[in-house]
Every structure is written in structure tokens, then in C-alpha cells.
Design a protein around this ligand. Structure first.
Ligand code: DQA
Length: 147
């Protein structure tokens, strides 16, 4: 795939998980929409969700092998904890956009720090599922500028 979309822990529960914070859309709906939007732009997109940090690290390593060109990642709770995921992204040197459904900056202080933001191409937070679409639009434009 040209683009890999990664979702971290508990995002498999989207749709039923704290709908007041995360909305009613399921991860399956978000994922299928992104596959379609990428296909419309002539690009392949794969989705991967895991609750396990090491599986996300290994999926990022795989993306390096597979020559994935762009990553969109919602690291979920790992945003605030994971040096390992940060290092994996730096290790494969694939540009990425960080996405959060909720506006982490108007939530608890422990959500205000991210291990990803200072090495991301961009960060989108607080726009719900639309954030993934906006990230994909940016990714598609970035890839269109490259041979
Ligand atoms: C989240 C925000 C994180 O703080 C939280 O742990 C999540 C989801 C979001 O998409 O808003 O699981 O990344």
C-alpha cells in the first residue's frame, strides 16, 4: 500500500466508546471510507488497529520493508506514553500525520503531551472522523508532488 493508517488501543471500540467524546462512527466506517477516498486518488491504503504496542511497532517496521510512502496514525493512549512507537516511526523514516478524534488540548493535562507531535508532518485534533479525511487529503497531495 502507498498509505498506512494506524490506530492504537481502544479505537476498536469506536461507536460505543464514550460517544460524547469520540462520536458514533465506528472504526470500520472510518477505515472503509479512507480506503475508498485513497482509491479515488489512485492510491492503495491499508488500515491496521491494535491494542498492543509491539504489534504497532512491528507493523511500522513492516511498512518500512514494504516501502509505504506515508503513515496516518492515531496512537490513542500510546500518544502520551510511547517512546517505542516514536522511535519506530523515526526508524523507518516514513513521513506521518498524527490524528486525534478529540481535542486533546482541552482535556486532562496528561493528554496535552505527545511523543509524536514534534516529529510529525502535521497534527490534527478535535475534528472527529473528519480529521482522518483531512490527513488523507494532505497525504495524497504530498504524494502527488513526488515521483
Ligand atoms: C485519542 C486521544 C487520546 O488521549 C486517548 O487516549 C485515545 C484517543 C483521540 O483520538 O482523541 O484513546 O487519541
Amino acid at each position: 500500500a502507498d498509505i498506512l493508517v494506524l490506530n492504537g488501543p481502544n479505537l476498536n471500540l469506536l461507536g460505543t466508546r464514550e460517544p460524547g467524546v469520540y462520536g458514533a462512527t465506528t472504526l470500520e466506517q472510518i477505515s472503509q471510507n479512507l480506503v475508498q477516498l485513497a482509491a479515488d486518488a489512485g492510491l492503495g491504503l491499508e488500515n491496521f488497529q491494535s491494542n498492543a504496542e509491539h504489534l504497532l511497532v512491528e507493523r511500522i517496521h513492516q511498512a518500512g520493508q514494504d516501502k509505504v510512502r506515508f503513515i496516518i496514525i492515531n496512537p490513542a493512549a500510546f500518544t502520551h506514553t510511547s517512546v517505542a512507537l516514536r522511535d519506530a516511526l523515526l526508524g523507518v523514516a516514513i513521513p506521518f500525520i498524527e490524528v486525534h478524534l478529540s481535542n486533546v488540548h482541552r482535556r486532562e493535562p496528561f493528554r496535552h503531551h505527545s511523543y509524536f507531535s514534534d516529529v510529525a508532518e502535521g497534527v490534527i485534533a478535535g475534528l472527529g472522523p473528519k480529521g482522518y479525511e483531512l490527513a488523507l487529503t494532505a497525504a495524497i497531495e504530498t504524494l502527488a508532488r513526488q515521483p
